[in-house]
Design a protein around this ligand. Structure first.
Ligand code: TYD
Length: 209
């Protein structure tokens, strides 16, 4: 059986990616694809416990980074790899690109440390397609601060998100074959139209023998 495709969604907090996950799931189901929707940090019982700590417990940046990758390792072994091997598609709300951007950039750990951890934890597994939801930071911050109670990352100040966004852009340039940048300042309807077209193409390619 053909392996499923691995899709991920990325962007700074407030970029609106979470709005589009149910839409993508529904589109894929309508196109006859079996899809597993999951998230990072999280996606397994242990990963969800680590998420609680990561989002709310103060800790050193290296501890934070190692816990992100610990949760990711568990997620890959228990959820992502088995689903892909069964021919299911996996739609993941954030993956290693978030560690690259948030810990590498935002927390200033640098690209190299993250690349070493990626090589250690998932040398052979990368998303087939990553949508980067991108928009001016002022709009993202406005959306964020009107929406809800903020977690440890969301409480960070401007410069943190400037670096995070720069690292996202850098990665999207370096690995342009799998990245698609979505202009997230457009209306939800415009974005969904783009996503719909791209999903139809992806499914058609995947179904071609
Ligand atoms: P997020 O997708 O924003 O969850 P929600 O929409 O429910 O708030 O993810 C939680 C936070 O975790 C987000 O602020 C980014 C952060 N994060 C990292 O810093 N590094 C990582 O590797 C991952 C996966 C997430």
């Amino acid at each position: 059986m053909k392996n499923g495709l691995f899709l991920s969604l990325e962007g700074v907090d407030g970029a609106g990616k979470s709005t589009h996950i149910p839409f993508i799931e529904q589109q894929l189901q309508q196109l006859g694809v079996e899809v597993v929707v999951t998230r990072e940090p999280g996606g397994t019982p242990l990963g969800e416990k680590l998420r609680e700590l990561l989002l709310h417990e103060p800790m050193d940046t290296r501890t934070e980074t190692l816990l992100m990758f610990a949760a990711r390792n568990e997620h890959i072994k228990q959820t992502i790899a088995p689903a892909l091997a069964q021919g299911k598609w996996v739609l993941c709300d954030r993956f290693s690109d978030a560690s690259f951007a948030y810990q590498g950039g935002g927390r200033e750990l640098g690209a190299e440390t993250i690349e070493i951890l990626e090589q250690w934890v998932h040398p052979d597994l990368w998303p087939d397609r990553t949508w980067l939801f991108d928009l001016p930071l002022e709009i993202a911050m406005q959306r964020l601060h009107t929406s809800r109670v903020l977690d440890r990352f969301e409480q960070e100040q401007g410069e943190f998100f400037v670096r995070t966004q720069q690292f996202y852009h850098q990665r999207a340039q370096q690995q342009s074959q799998r990245f698609t940048i979505i202009d997230s300042s457009q209306s939800i309807q415009q974005i969904q139209q783009q996503l719909q077209t791209q999903l139809q193409e992806l499914v058609a390619q995947w179904q071609t023998p």
